[in-house]
Design a protein around this ligand. Structure first.
Ligand code: ADP
Ligand code: MG
Length: 286
């Protein structure tokens, strides 16, 4: 990856349409003037981040550690700053967010859902093997490189909340962070958390893909948190789940194990029958 450069976007890149926005950033399409190459440029306003600049430095540090290491993780190509903004230039993913794709389809077929979950989990395992926990896995942070139909091109983005975990420690992070509907119970309990929170979030994502709605959606955030702490979710209403196999439901239930120590690891999940079966348990309802 290129070292930090004291260039400005107007010098080297021309920015275009807005691709998306998140908590701290606006992401714009950008063309590298010399090469004509397209990128996605995450523009972070320094003033908005005041006092939390360490978050961006952390995001860059994590990305440096993992970039180009896995085909399903966005690569950071360049970064620089001006007096107002920080700029992070990534591979451009033109296929949009998984979130929009789920909303457009209503729900995924079980075969497509399994394919996506398998591909995402392979990248999660890679991240975990590098000693990193993502902490903000959700369909808004999962992007299609070119087209939403291409399940093999799903990319993990947004390492803004990720952390490098010290070795031999299962859980040591205690700050409350993430997106409520995807947060594991141990985050709310503040008992310490680590890599298992990503597996929990993947359980929520798998449920969302299969049903078209999320498992802990409640009237307000307090009820949502209580449901998460109690692991209170159901495969209901029946009409959304009648064509989903028992194997898929078992996979989701395992990811949503309340106790992080008993929750399967990313590797365990990849070895679950739902993800290993050649012709999985779709169509027929065992
Ligand atoms: P935040 O930390 O503010 O959530 P993200 O890194 O998630 O910022 O980016 C915000 C949004 O911008 C994403 O949800 C996505 O819609 C879009 N986006 C981010 N990275 C890319 C990319 N590499 N290619 C295309 N769109 C992107
Ligand atoms: Mg985001």
């Amino acid at each position: 990856m290129a070292p930090a450069q004291s260039t400005t976007v107007p010098c080297q890149y021309r920015t275009g349409r807005t691709l998306g926005s998140g908590t701290y950033a606006i992401v714009k399409e950008a063309i590298h003037i010399k090469t004509g190459e397209y990128f996605a440029c995450k523009v972070i306003n320094k003033k908005l981040m005041e006092g939390r600049e360490y978050m961006v430095r952390n995001e860059i540090a994590v990305l440096k550690r993992i970039s180009s290491g896995h085909p399903n993780i966005v690569t950071l190509h360049d970064y620089f700053e001006t007096s107002h903004n920080l700029y992070l230039c990534f591979d451009l993913c033109t296929g949009g967010e998984l979130f929009d794709s789920i909303c457009a389809r209503g729900q995924y077929t079980e075969a497509d859902a399994a394919e996506l979950v398998r591909n995402i989990f392979r990248a999660v395992k890679y991240i975990h093997d590098c000693g990193i926990v993502h902490r903000d896995l959700k369909p808004e942070n999962l992007l299609f490189r070119s087209k939403p139909e291409k399940t093999e091109q799903i990319m993990i983005a947004d390492f803004g909340l990720s952390r490098v975990m010290p070795e031999n420690k299962l859980s040591q992070l205690t700050e409350i962070c993430g997106t409520p509907g995807y947060m594991a119970p141990e985050i709310f309990k503040k008992t310490g958390h680590g890599k298992p929170v990503d597996v929990w979030a993947m359980g929520v994502i798998a449920y969302f893909l299969l049903a078209g709605y999320t498992p802990f959606d409640r009237e307000n955030q307090r009820l949502e948190m209580e449901a998460i702490l109690a692991g209170d979710f159901k495969f209901e209403p029946e009409e959304y789940w009648e064509n989903v196999s028992k194997t898929a439901k078992d996979f989701v239930s395992e990811c949503l194990t309340i106790d992080p120590q008993s929750r399967p690891t990313a590797e365990d999940c990849l070895n679950h029958p739902w993800l290993t079966a050649e012709q999985p348990h779709f169509v027929e309802n065992e």
